[in-house]
Design a protein around this ligand. Structure first.
Ligand code: GDP
Length: 339
């Protein structure tokens, strides 16, 4: 019989790559998605389109514990990946109560349901480098003290502790992956990486003239989402549950990202990028760079996509998509929305 996995947050960037990865591994993949996503799949499920028919979707809101329990009872998964969260860091200051309450409550609901209904199920919680916040040391690893600086980071740290408590007190096989920034063509346009790749593609095609960015000196440790979901799966294949940092270990500035993206389309970034102080964030935390030695040693994990390759993949995907859409429009066909 096929192993079964349930993914919350299936329609997001990581959910889509994880689903694809698990399907390739022969899993029966179930996903929890909001009802409105099922009603407009071309809008809300665009990341899943190429393999949507291979997935089993369940309409469920994560703030309904009864609904989560009944899906788990019906599916009886071997693995449960809890990825759903309010995830755009910058917004979390604007609506801190909603972000913290939703992220913590849903993690609690899913863990409690796993414990009650399928206690043998292996559970993955999507932690984040934002849990380190203004870290006292760099690079950060599993022993670095947490010092979150955003409601999002606080909510992820709370989820981490809840996950650890279920592991220690209730003997669940529960792991947290502390993932540093991971990007892809399936990123939303609100993130700086996709904002840049999309703009570089559009500018090279003469559809945009300028790109406004915030802090060009901001540093991030960026990897490719497809590499990072592999680490999630590896965590759940170990003999014992544990927590792991997953990161490339190399930080690059937003400026370097822009420079590399514009170079990909043969343009000089300086001619098109302008700094908009309104896009600066406050407070910008100390640069986060991950030390993923534990993942590399214990899980045998290593990223396969370099920074330059990531930027190139994203820009080329945006170019292809913009051209595909133009061709579809001129033929009167409407494709799936991608942002
Ligand atoms: P985050 O790491 O989850 O906050 O990912 P983002 O892609 O939103 O931001 C990464 C870094 O890029 C942050 O330090 C931002 O301050 C910086 N940045 C600079 N310009 C922009 C911009 O125009 N949009 C966004 N989202 N971030 C920007």
């Amino acid at each position: 019989m096929k192993p079964k996995a349930v993914i919350t947050g299936l329609a997001g960037q990581d959910g889509s790559y994880l689903a694809e990865f698990l399907l390739e591994k022969g899993y029966e993949v179930h996903g929890l998605v909001r009802r409105d996503a099922l009603e407009s799949p071309e809008d809300k499920l665009w990341r899943l389109q190429p393999f949507l028919s291979d997935l089993i979707l369940h309409a469920s809101s994560l703030d309904n514990p009864g609904g989560i329990s009944s899906i788990l009872a019906k599916v009886k998964p071997r693995e449960c990946y809890h990825l759903a969260a309010h995830s755009f860091v910058n917004y979390s200051f604007e609506d801190d109560f909603a972000v913290m309450a939703a992220n913590l409550n849903t993690t609690l609901f899913v863990l409690a349901a796993v414990r009650e209904v399928v206690p043998e199920c292996r559970f993955y919680f999507a932690g984040s480098s934002e849990m380190f916040g203004n870290a006292p040391v760099s690079p950060q690893n599993e022993s670095t003290p947490f010092n979150p600086r955003t409601p999002y980071g606080i909510s992820k740290l709370a989820g981490f502790h809840v996950t650890k408590t279920y592991r220690d007190a209730h003997r669940l096989f529960a792991c947290t992956g502390i993932l540093f920034n991971h990007e892809s063509p399936r990123r939303g346009l609100e993130y700086v990486t996709r904002k840049i790749s999309h703009a570089a593609a559009r500018i090279s095609l003469g559809r945009q003239s300028q790109l406004r960015l915030g802090n060009l000196d901001a540093l991030r440790d960026w990897g490719h989402s497809a590499d990072y979901v592999r680490a999630m799966w590896l965590m759940l294949q170990q003999d014992r549950p544990d927590d792991y940092v997953v990161a490339s270990g190399v930080a690059h500035t937003v400026r370097e990202f822009a420079e590399t993206a514009f170079r990909e389309v043969g343009l000089d970034w300086k001619k098109f990028v302008c700094v908009d102080p309104q896009l600066y964030r406050s407070p910008e935390t100390r640069p986060l760079t991950g030390d993923s030695s534990k993942s590399r040693t214990k899980l045998g994990w290593a990223p396969s996509v370099s920074f330059e390759e990531l930027v190139s993949i994203m820009v080329q995907a945006d170019l292809k998509e913009i051209n595909r859409r133009s061709a579809a429009c001129s033929n009167g066909i409407h494709g799936f929305a991608r942002d």
